[in-house]
Design a protein around this ligand. Sequence first.
Ligand code: WT7
Length: 661
Amino acid sequence: MAGAIESLLVEDRIFPPPQDFARQAAVSGMDQYHALCAQAAEDHVGFWARHAREQLQWHKPFTRALDDSNAPFYKWFDDGELNASANCLDRHLGTPTENKTAIIFESDGGEVTSVTYRELHDRVCRFANGLKSLGYGKGDRAIIYLPMSIEGVVAMQACARLGIIHSVVFGGFSAKSLQERIHDVGASLVITADEQVRGGKSIPLKPAVDEAFAMGGCDTVRKVIVYQRTGAAVSMVEGREITWSQLVDGQSSECPPEYVSAEHPLFVLYTSGSTGKPKGVQHSTGGYLLHALLSMRWTFDLKPTDVFWCTADIGWVTGHSYVAYGPLAAGATQVVFEGVPSYPDSSRFWRMIARHKVSIFYTAPTAIRALIKACESDRATHPTQFDLSSLRLLGSVGEPINPEAWMWYHTNVGGGRCPIVDTFWQTETGAHVVTPLPGATPLVPGSCTLPFPGVDVAVVDETGGEMPNGQGGILVIRKPWPAMIRTIWNDPNRFKQSYFPPELHGFYLAGDGAVRNKQTGYFTITGRIDDVLNVSGHRMGTMEIESALVANKLVAEAAVVGRPDDVTGEAIVAFVVLKGVRPTDAAAAAKVAKELRDWVGKEIGPIAKPKEVRFGDNLPKTRSGKIMRRLLRVIARGEDITQDVSTLENPAILEQLKQVL
Ligand code: WT7
């Protein structure tokens, strides 16, 4: 990785915004960008307050923009009242957007269903009225465990409409992960589907809910609503479980929004941290929606004629800000896709861009790298074989994009004419934090460039002192911003400890390392500084995977590290000490490895399965018993150990762990 980072630092290709793009852009040119930053620097709170008034529809205007009396538990626009769903749907009624297509849904099999803003509003209202009829309302928590679908968006919007706090669980998470989230958030409602369909295969969802219930700890749940995606036979508990269509049947298409304080939690979304248990990141209604919407206008330069496509699942924050909320608040036409980029073949994305005339395309580097690989072996899936002339802007999110992938994306997908916005942000930040603005920022492949106006990002040392450009440090945000995480659900102390360590004097700690270019001040993210891995743009805690492994009856001890991977960014490597004897031949090792991988798949989800499992009689430890992960990382990469190993209790173990069976 060190080599890769160095190559980023010497990257000298620069791509200024194309003139015709800049001319029509919301933020046109660096002068305008700097002017926005200057306004924010001069009056940070006033800057956000002005945009909050301009961008959002308030039922009751706020009188105080920021309350920092209980920092770091900041409150924005606290005494103002609004409703997120009204800001996404009702605001467009009676305007030309009312009859515009809101969502173009393409199923895994390729069928297309579209809804206009009016129709979406009506569907959200009917579903919300159904929820109301069951007695749900403001402050209740709902788990949403649904596939990518119009229904997924409707469920989120309907919750928001009633002030129900939703917590979406990615369909790829296991029953166990689902159970933990139901329990932690204290959900009284679960909204799920019989099955999800991806890559031509049906994957059960309702049975996973049943399994989660069987594990116990879900007694808070009163009702389960089941969207019949495939019509597969699933068990339904009489009185507790009803189908989606039963719920909406006969419901009115008008449902007055429940106006809530801007600080009312809109959602809780679980994400991995450096300790074992995922944390429930709690977001607000007003501040969150403001930044989601403003980034639609500034980062994506959204115009009324655009067709926007963010490929993220609603189970991740990207699918919240840039599928369920931002595009709708902005009145965009967007594509929602049920399937995967490799089915029926790896031209799926390109075919869909051509078919739906997508103009703004936002995806993850891991997808790009996988598609590069695929088209190298099958030329027919190469993007240049398709009419991608509708594209005018590309985006990247979730992990660093390497300059090679950036160039390929720019040339072959963007035809050399589309700017690429490499957006750095996190579940906790709510929306873009460091990103180019496409009509202004000259682009450098592999750099997320400069802060979003109004977000005070800096690179500092361990005590919060700013690093000079050219020297690496840790990424912090020095002032509160409206879309920031409010707390960790049920764990305010963990919130303070994780994000506001005392030595940083009130700065928000992102958990990433970064360096700014000497000349341009551009940011390059150098990767996580904690025990968090990024696998295919998915955040995974090493401790979380270790806890899952040691919960297996065969395992005595386990350590998990990341290793760079061409396609997935990082790959998970597990070092395992078994309770019984260490397998020494390839067949025996493969058998146990498979058992453990499947186990992790069940404990967390398939995305957490280690790519490689290695076995040892022990793990490299210091005399005080601390596992030397640093050495394990070197071994996982297949590199020679050059570090001093004299503090190791058991240096002989290294040879054993180096063996690949
Ligand atoms: C972590 C956050 C952002 C929404 C999806 C992921 C990494 C994210 C970039 C980028 C380099 C990036 C960071 C960050 N990351 N975007 N453009 N360049 N790294 O959200 O699951 O909360 O993960 O993803 O390491 O901390 P998340």
